[in-house]
Design a protein around this ligand. Structure first.
Ligand SMILES: Cc1cc2nc3c(=O)[nH]c(=O)nc-3n(C[C@H](O)[C@H](O)[C@H](O)COP(=O)(O)OP(=O)(O)OC[C@H]3O[C@@H](n4cnc5c(N)ncnc54)[C@H](O)[C@@H]3O)c2cc1C
Length: 554
C-alpha cells in the first residue's frame, strides 16, 4: 500500500473541496486533494445551473434578512449560527471567485441578481460561461478554481475513493483510499470531508453517478454525528422532454408556470400566487399529486415558458433557449415536460460555524454536511454554502495542522478484493428503487418499515457476494449503510415538515419544531435522538417517538 503524509487532506473534488484546498494552501499548509473521479470535473457542482445566492446588495439586503430567509425556508431547523455564517460569508464570495478567474453575469458592470422563490429580495447571481455547454455549466466555477489549486501547489490525486477515515486517540488523522490499481493511505494533521451528498442512492435523481452517499458512511463509521438525514430535496423541474436537464426555478420569477394534462395551473390550488410562492417541497408534492391522480404527462407535468420575456430569453436564459431550439422546441409556443428527481441532501455531518464536526481533526463543507438548510434549501444557497463553508473548513483545518502532528498509531489496514461486481448491479438498482418507493416524496410508517425489512434482505445478499470488498463492493456497502440511516431518520420523524412528508402524520408537531434528528455510532451501536445540540448534550428520543432498533442497526 502506497503511503503519504501531508498537513491537510481534502476529500472531494467539487466546489467545497476546491475552496477548502485553496484556503488551506493559502494558509501555508501542504495540501493533498484526493477525489473519487476527476477533480473539478465530477460531483454535482459540474451540473449546477450556477445560480448562486449571496449578500450582494448591502443597501437593500442584510445579514439578518438573508439569515432569516434561510431559517424560515428551513422551517426552524436550520442552525441559526450556520445560517448567519452563510449570509455573512456570502458577501465576499463573488470577489473571492472572481479573483481566481470565475466570471459573473453583469450589466453595466453591476452584478445581475434575480429573485428566487423563498428569498425576500433579488440576491441570486449567475456565472458567465462562454463555450461551456449548459448541461455542465458548473465547470465555469470549478475549472478556474482547479487551475488555481494546481498553480498554488496543492497535490491533486484523482480516481481515488476514500474508503475509511483513519481514526486515532486524537481524532481523525487521514484516510484510506482505493483506486483502480492501488490502495493508498494518506496520513494528515487534519481532514476536510467535502465529498458531496447521496442523490444517486435513489432511483430518480439528477445527481452525478458517483454521488452514492460515501460521505455519510465514512462519517458514521468514524463516529461523527449526522443530522437531518430525513430531509431530502426533490427537484420539481427536472427536464423529461425535450432535454433531460434541470430547469432553473428562477424561471418562475420570470413568468414560467406549471400546467397539468388539462392545461390547469394546479399550483394555484396551493397558493393564490402560484409557482412563485411555492418552495420546492410544496411544488414536488403538488406534481406528485397530479401524477398519481392521473393528470400527469409522461411521468411529469407541463412547464409553460410562454410568459418569459424575449429579453430574459435571449439574456439570462440564452444558453437554455439555444439548446431547446436545437432540439426543435420553441419555448414561446411549445410546452416542456418536467418531473421530480432527488436533487439535494439537506442533512449530513453536523458542523459548527468553524466547519468542525463532532470528531476532532475532521472538518466538513458542502453537501456532505447538515444544519444550514434545515428542512428545505432555498435556490442558489448550495453553491454559496460550498464556497463559504469550504473556505472556512480549509482555514480551520490549516489552523489545526499548525498544532497537531499526524497520528502515529492509526490502526486500520485495508486489503481490497478483486472486482467481481456482476452481481452488484442488480442489487444496487433494487436499493435505489427501494429508497425511491419507501423514502420518497411521500412516506409513512408502513413504507419506511417495509423498506427497512427489505433492506435487511439486501444487506444479507450483499454479504454473501464474493468480492464485496472490491471497489464497487465498497461503494455498495456505503450505499447500504447510508440507505439504512436515511430510512431510520424518515421513520423516527413522526410529523410532516418541509421536504419530509408523512402521509400518516401530515402536520407538523410543535414539540419537534426546533428538534433535529441526530444519529451517530456510539460504543454500543447506533444512537438516534432528537435535540437542538449534538448528541452528547441532547435528550434521548421521547418514548412515544422511539422505535426499537432492529438487530443490525448497531
Ligand atoms: C442538476 C443540479 C443543478 C444544481 N444547480 C444548483 C444551482 O444552480 N445553485 C445551487 O446553489 N445549487 C445547485 N445545485 C446543488 C449544488 O450543485 C451542490 O449542492 C454543490 O455543488 C455541492 O458541492 P460539493 O462540493 O459539496 O459536492 P460535489 O460538487 O457533489 O462534489 C463531490 C466530490 O466528491 C467526490 N467524491 C465523492 N465520494 C468520494 C469518495 N468516497 N472519495 C473521494 N472523493 C469522493 C466526487 O467525485 C466529487 O468530486 C444543483 C445540483 C444539481 C444536481
Amino acid at each position: 500500500m502506497e503511503r503519504l503524509r501531508t498537513d491537510v487532506l481534502v476529500i472531494g473534488g467539487g466546489l467545497a473541496a476546491l475552496c477548502a484546498a485553496l484556503e488551506a494552501r493559502l494558509a501555508g499548509k501542504e495540501v493533498v486533494l484526493a477525489c473519487k473521479r476527476k477533480a473539478g470535473r465530477s460531483g454535482n457542482t459540474v451540473l449546477a445551473a450556477c445560480n448562486i445566492s449571496g449578500l450582494f446588495d448591502q443597501r437593500n439586503d442584510s445579514v439578518e434578512l438573508f439569515a432569516r430567509d434561510i431559517v424560515r425556508g428551513g422551517e426552524g431547523l436550520s442552525d441559526p449560527e450556520l445560517a448567519r455564517t452563510l449570509a455573512e460569508g456570502s458577501s465576499v464570495l463573488v470577489s473571492f471567485l472572481e479573483n481566481f478567474g470565475v466570471r459573473f453575469l453583469r450589466e453595466g458592470g453591476k452584478l445581475v441578481t434575480k429573485l428566487n422563490p423563498g428569498h425576500s429580495t433579488p440576491r441570486t447571481a449567475t456565472t458567465l460561461r462562454p463555450g461551456i455547454p449548459v448541461q455542465t455549466a458548473g465547470l465555469s466555477l470549478t475549472l478556474p478554481l482547479l487551475a488555481a489549486v494546481r498553480d498554488l501547489g496543492v497535490h491533486v490525486m484523482e480516481d481515488l475513493m476514500a474508503v475509511d477515515l483513519l481514526t486515532g486517540p486524537e481524532g481523525v488523522g487521514g484516510a484510506l483510499f482505493a483506486g483502480r490499481e492501488a490502495e493508498v493511505r494518506i496520513e494528515s494533521r487534519s481532514v476536510v470531508l467535502a465529498c458531496g451528498g447521496g442523490g444517486r442512492l435513489f432511483a430518480n435523481s439528477n445527481n452525478t453517478r458517483e454521488m452514492t452517499g460515501d460521505g455519510i458512511a465514512l462519517a458514521y463509521r468514524a463516529g461523527a454525528e449526522l443530522r437531518d438525514l430525513e430531509f431530502i430535496q426533490f427537484h420539481p423541474t427536472m427536464g423529461i422532454a425535450p432535454v433531460p436537464i434541470i430547469l432553473p426555478t428562477t424561471l418562475f420569477a420570470d413568468g414560467a408556470v406549471l400546467r397539468n394534462s388539462r392545461g390547469e395551473r394546479f399550483l394555484l390550488d396551493e397558493h393564490s400566487s402560484g409557482e412563485i410562492a411555492a418552495t420546492r417541497d410544496v411544488m414536488s408534492r403538488a406534481i406528485w399529486r397530479e401524477i398519481t391522480e392521473g393528470r400527469g404527462v409522461d411521468g411529469g407535468v407541463h412547464l409553460d415558458l410562454s410568459g418569459i420575456s424575449s429579453r430574459a430569453a435571449s439574456g439570462r436564459y440564452g444558453d437554455l433557449w439555444n439548446l431547446l431550439n436545437r432540439r426543435g422546441c420553441r419555448p414561446e409556443r411549445d410546452f416542456l415536460t418536467v418531473g421530480i428527481a432527488v436533487h439535494f441532501f439537506m442533512g449530513g455531518m453536523t458542523i459548527d460555524a468553524d466547519g468542525a464536526t463532532t470528531v476532532p481533526g475532521l472538518f466538513g463543507a458542502g453537501e456532505v454536511t447538515g444544519g444550514v438548510h434545515g428542512t428545505n434549501r432555498l435556490g442558489g444557497n448550495a453553491l454559496a454554502e460550498a464556497v463559504v463553508f469550504g473556505r472556512i473548513a480549509g482555514r480551520s483545518a490549516a489552523d489545526r495542522a499548525k498544532v497537531f502532528r499526524p497520528c502515529e498509531a492509526l490502526p486500520q489496514e485495508f486489503r481490497r478484493s478483486p472486482e467481481p461486481p456482476q452481481k452488484l448491479l442488480p442489487l444496487r438498482l433494487e436499493l435505489k428503487r427501494l429508497l425511491w418507493n419507501h423514502a420518497g416524496v411521500i412516506r409513512s410508517e408502513h413504507t419506511v418499515q417495509t423498506g427497512l425489512q427489505r433492506l435487511e434482505e439486501l444487506e444479507k445478499r450483499f454479504r454473501q457476494i464474493e468480492g464485496f470488498r472490491s471497489l464497487q463492493g465498497l461503494e455498495t456497502g456505503n450505499m447500504l449503510l447510508a440507505a439504512r440511516l436515511i430510512l431510520l431518520a424518515a421513520r423516527n420523524r413522526t410529523e410532516s415538515r418541509g421536504s419530509h412528508f408523512r402521509s400518516d402524520f401530515p402536520d407538523p408537531v410543535e414539540a419537534l419544531g426546533k428538534m433535529s434528528l441526530r444519529i451517530r455510532q456510539g460504543a454500543d451501536g447506533l444512537q438516534i435522538a432528537f435535540g437542538q445540540n449534538p448528541l452528547s448534550s441532547s435528550l434521548p428520543l421521547p418514548r412515544s417517538l422511539a422505535f426499537a432498533p432492529s438487530p443490525s442497526e448497531g
